[in-house]
Design a protein around this ligand. Structure first.
Ligand code: PDD
Length: 290
């Protein structure tokens, strides 16, 4: 069965779906996106993703092409037409639309472009040890509004490729002060040498991850306290535990940083507990009901 995409009001086979050459997403990276996980036909943290999409649009002054309710309907229709009843990802992209190429915003009547695609992904990981991965570190070369989920991802692409070429899954990004911001496509957490769970506080330097927010809400039940304080590259190297979060990584243990094992190179107890808590959240939370 060929995959189906939604483009500006039409559902088309993916291979036939097109946007215009002068689309500002293509010309300037002038657009925003979301990636939402689908577990057994149910969205994980859908409201958080749609809230963040609204915020990204607002920050860039891109008008929303359809109402939120209509968008939620389109997403469901794309899932349905792709017969995604198991595990999948939905990708939503909105750009400032197609217009003669000029940097300044186009005329107000220019319609934003809305694209929604979906695809199947492997089943949610059952085995946290098998899910563990390795990261490298490198300079954060992005702009100073990383809180906006823009499609302008060149530094992230280069960082992720460097990680891949080093045999790692992610690159932890280090700012000019030697502090970690996040990874190329995920948020980064540590259990530091004193046993405190830490992740960088929200601000312009990181994306406010939906998985980060959902996990933070689960911590009280796990009786784990979170310290939202920036940590340095040195602290990352000395951490007892390291993990990343994202819509596609969920809670993913990191057992090596720049080729050196984290502690004994095995998944630590806090990561193990939080992976289990997030698994229950994905599988069960009534608030996620589609
Ligand atoms: N990436 N930080 C960055 C830079 C990201 O690109 C992402 C998500 C995250 C985690 O956000 P969330 O938990 O809402 O997925 C943090 C997506 C998955 C992507 O670009 O494919």
């Amino acid at each position: 069965m060929s995959r189906i995409a939604y483009v500006n009001g039409r559902y088309l086979p993916l291979t036939a779906a097109q946007v215009r050459v002068e689309d500002r997403g293509f010309q300037f990276g002038d657009g925003v996106y979301e990636v939402v996980h689908l577990h057994r036909g149910r969205f994980t943290d859908e409201d958080k993703h749609l809230d963040r999409l609204d915020r990204s649009l607002g920050e860039l002054r891109i008008t929303r092409p359809v109402s939120r309710a209509a968008l939620a309907g389109i997403i469901r229709e794309v899932v349905e037409r792709n017969r995604l009843h198991a595990n999948g990802l939905v990708y939503i992209q909105i750009t400032r639309g197609a217009a003669r190429r000029e940097h300044v915003f186009p005329a107000a009547r220019t319609r934003p472009t809305l694209v929604v695609t979906a695809r199947a992904i492997p089943a949610f990981p059952r085995d946290v040890d098998a899910w563990a991965t390795a990261i490298i570190t490198g300079p954060d070369q992005r702009w100073d509004r990383c809180d906006i989920k823009s499609v302008n991802l060149l530094p992230n692409v280069l960082a992720k490729q460097a990680a891949r070429e080093a045999g790692a899954f992610e690159m932890a990004l280090v700012d000019a002060d030697g502090m970690i911001t996040e990874c190329a496509s995920s948020n980064l957490w540590i259990v530091d040498a004193e046993g405190r769970l830490r992740t960088r506080p929200l601000g312009h330097e990181i994306l406010p991850g939906c998985t980060r927010a959902a996990l933070a809400e689960l911590l009280a039940d796990e009786r784990v306290t979170l310290s939202e304080t920036a940590f340095s590259l040195e602290e990352l190297r000395r951490a007892r535990e390291v993990f990343i979060t994202s819509a596609t990584s969920f809670v993913r243990p990191v057992i090596a940083v720049d080729g050196d094992p984290v502690e004994d190179g095995k998944v630590g107890p806090v990561t193990r507990r939080l992976f289990a808590a997030f698994t229950r959240h994905v599988q069960g939370a009534l608030s996620n009901a589609a």
